[in-house]
Design a protein around this ligand. Structure first.
Ligand SMILES: [Zn+2]
Length: 689
């Protein structure tokens, strides 16, 4: 059998898109990257890697102001309310964040300001006068996203001020032919305004080198690489400040009426959350183990490097990994011979997001990092955070629709995570998402498929195997029996399932979770077939008892192995199966919500965190003869087909959230859901994902 275990633990940063604080999470929000990032993190921990999984709520930007107005509350009250709701949703789904925080912390504000100051000192943040849109009737800044018009490139009549959904090009509102406000239809007024622009053209060469290298690694989904390379063609400076009073202050005199653009700050959240995590541990520099390249960790930046040289992460060795020599060759191979995808030093930064946010993770954020590191055409030197790593992987998912239509809270066409968990538990939803989610193409949630998968795969497949195994052991022996000599059929099925550690693991490591889960469920089928082939329930004679004990021991081992293999996908069920087989305590550690105080301004807020150090290893653990096995309670619950009609009726009768103009809805699955261009703030596409 092939147990995968790493020769040396790697530092793995799981950077999960930041939900926008505009409402409770619906299942589309968690399908694309919430559950997949958790499956990945849990699996990486099982391999023994040092995982740091961070995210938080994205709380700045114009849509928050608009929504707060609509709800008659202050922006702060609004984000406090939805931050708490979102924290609960994600905790209940079992998403194992090391830290899930928020962008309104004093820590985040300070990190964003430091990033800005160093980027500016390095010459990549330049002041420019530009034209910003305001609403003539309210005098308020009109975000790009809320301006609609005809695309000057393809002629699409409903292009947004930030992007054309038809041809995919980034736009400025001033580019639009016949621009109009999506809020009230009026023609926006464009005024002269001063902003800081990120000088992306000065970072283009460094970005190109980095993307080419990422392409060569073969780690990225081809569409993500292509898209990212294509948008480099049209690279130009982008405004990183806005005329708005809700957001992070710009640490420059005379700029007190402006704030940072929400996307400039949201992506910095990956870094600031890592720093907050280390500060909360009382080990202030711990985050550097994930973020600093070897050069910075030893205090040697390379200010004279050309952009091409310095954008090569492979230039640095593994010196930041506690003095271990560069172990690329040994650490990147597992016992199955598959290659772990990491950059130098065995460090892997995996970013998870919906497809509408690729640009921020494959262009804006890497550009901010390169500018901070001083690796663009203007040179420069890193600030106090040192030489920061760029993303290793940008894992983008597609969108989930529901019953063939886009989610819409205003039309009441929505399924909230909290409702599904309350009625059916977290794992049936996690299972559906992993088995049928929008991994590489848009997918559709239907209640019929949810019920069908729950009943025929979870209940009749996996749950049945656990139940019949435990029931037979309980009835015949009351504990896991000692086996007699193994027959060929026993050896064979044990080997088949043990091989799953290699095959399923390799697929999860490559972000092919659908295929990984399908492979795991195929192995469940093999184990069920073993029961039909060996017919232990027919072995009633005294002379057959040794054979019966052998089969039941084998089955207990198969259930144990399969439970380990399925644990990243179904962590709650894994804990129950563990108990069924006589195990004690928690098998898969769970996240918890914790009320903390802001480290700098003492405000209270809830975080998601957890101690995942007891995560079991990704390997067979031999079952212990004599472990008591009681009468099992079902691990999964069979759903009556009437659930489908019930849920569809509930959906049809759902009261739409009438106060919220759906055109202003943000889907919130990502850091802001907003596309940057010149002036104005964020918005998001309504209802996708
Ligand atoms: Zn277009």
């Amino acid at each position: 059998m092939s147990n995968a275990s790493p020769q040396t633990p790697q530092k793995v940063l799981t950077a999960v898109a930041w939900p926008y604080t505009n409402g409770p999470r619906h299942i589309g929000h968690v399908a694309g990257f919430g559950v997949p990032s958790d499956v990945f993190s849990r699996y990486m921990r099982m391999l023994g890697h040092d995982v740091l999984m961070v995210s938080g709520t994205d709380e700045h930007g114009t849509p928050i102001l608009v929504l707060a107005d609509q709800e008659g509350v202050t922006p702060r009250e609004l984000v406090d309310k939805y931050n708490a709701v979102i924290v609960q949703d994600l905790t209940d789904l079992g998403l194992s964040y090391d830290l899930f925080t928020r962008t309104t912390t004093a820590n985040h504000h300070a990190v964003v300001q430091e990033m800005f100051e160093t980027i500016r000192r390095n010459g990549y943040m330049v002041e420019q006068t530009t034209r910003g849109a305001i609403s003539p009737s309210t005098g308020r800044t009109l975000p790009d996203r809320y301006i609609e018009g005809t695309c000057p490139i393809c002629g699409f009549p409903e292009a947004r001020g930030d992007q054309c959904d038809n041809c995919g090009n980034q736009l400025d509102p001033t580019d639009l032919i016949d621009p109009r406000s999506k809020i009230n239809g009026e023609t926006p007024e464009f005024i002269e305004t001063q902003h800081f622009f990120l000088d992306l053209p000065a970072l283009k060469d460094a970005l190109t080198v980095w993307l080419d290298e990422r392409e060569a690694s073969g780690d990225w989904r081809p569409n993500v690489i292509k898209f990212s390379q294509n948008i480099l063609e049209d690279i130009r400076p982008r405004a990183m400040t806005r005329d708005i009073d809700w957001g992070i202050e710009i640490p420059v005199q005379g700029w007190d009426t402006k704030r940072f653009y929400v996307w400039f700050d949201a992506v910095i959240g990956y870094l600031s959350a890592s720093i907050e995590w280390a500060r909360r541990l009382g080990d202030e520099d711990r985050w550097r183990d994930w973020w600093n390249t070897g050069a910075a960790a030893t205090g040697h930046a390379n200010p004279t490097a050309t952009p091409a040289d310095s954008a090569q992460p492979t230039e640095v060795g593994g010196a930041d990994e506690g003095g271990t020599p560069d172990r690329r060759s040994e650490a990147q191979k597992t016992s199955e011979g598959r290659v772990e995808r990491t950059d130098e030093g065995g460090t892997r930064h995996a970013y998870f997001m919906g497809k509408d946010n690729i640009v921020f993770h494959s262009q804006i954020w890497p550009a901010e990092l390169l500018a901070y590191d001083g690796k663009g055409a203007r040179g420069g030197e890193p600030g106090p955070y040192g030489d920061l790593r760029l993303p290793t992987e940008v894992v983008s998912s597609e969108f989930l629709t529901m019953e063939g239509k886009q989610f819409s809270t205003s039309r009441g066409h929505v399924i909230y995570v909290q409702d599904v968990i309350a009625r059916y538990g977290p794992d049936p939803l996690r299972y559906f998402i992993s088995a049928a989610g929008p991994e590489t193409q848009d997918s559709n949630f239907t209640w019929a498929e949810f019920v069908q998968r729950n009943n025929s795969e979870l209940v009749a497949g996996w749950g049945n195997l656990v139940n019949r195994t435990a029931s037979m052991i309980h009835k015949k022996f009351g504990e896991i029996p000692a086996p007699g000599p193994l027959a060929d059929v026993d050896e064979k099925v044990l080997q088949t399932v043990a091989d799953g550690f290699g095959s399923v693991g390799a697929l999860v490591g490559k972000h092919r979770q659908k295929a990984a889960l399908a492979e795991a469920m195929r192995l469940v089928g093999e184990a069920n077939k073993y029961v039909s082939d060996t017919e232990p329930f027919k072995l009633k004679e005294e002379s057959q008892q040794e054979r019966l004990a052998t089969i039941l021991h084998t089955l207990a081992q198969l259930v144990s192995d399969l439970n380990t293999i399925l644990a990243p996908f179904l962590p709650h069920a894994a804990n129950r199966v563990h108990l069924v087989l006589g195990g004690e305590g928690e098998f898969m550690p769970m996240p918890r919500t914790e009320e903390v105080r802001d480290l700098d301004d003492d405000r209270p807020y809830p975080i998601i965190t957890g101690d995942y150090s007891a995560t079991p290893r990704w390997e067979r653990r031999p079952v212990v003869v004599g472990s008591p096995v009681g009468k099992p309670a079902p691990v999964f619950v069979k759903l009556d087909p009437s659930v489908v009609e019930e849920e569809l009726a509930r959906l049809a009768g759902q009261h739409p959230s009438g106060e919220v103009d759906h055109r202003l809805e943000t889907d919130g699955g990502h850091p802001g859901d907003v596309v940057p261009t010149t002036p104005t703030g964020p918005a998001t596409h309504a209802d996708e994902s």
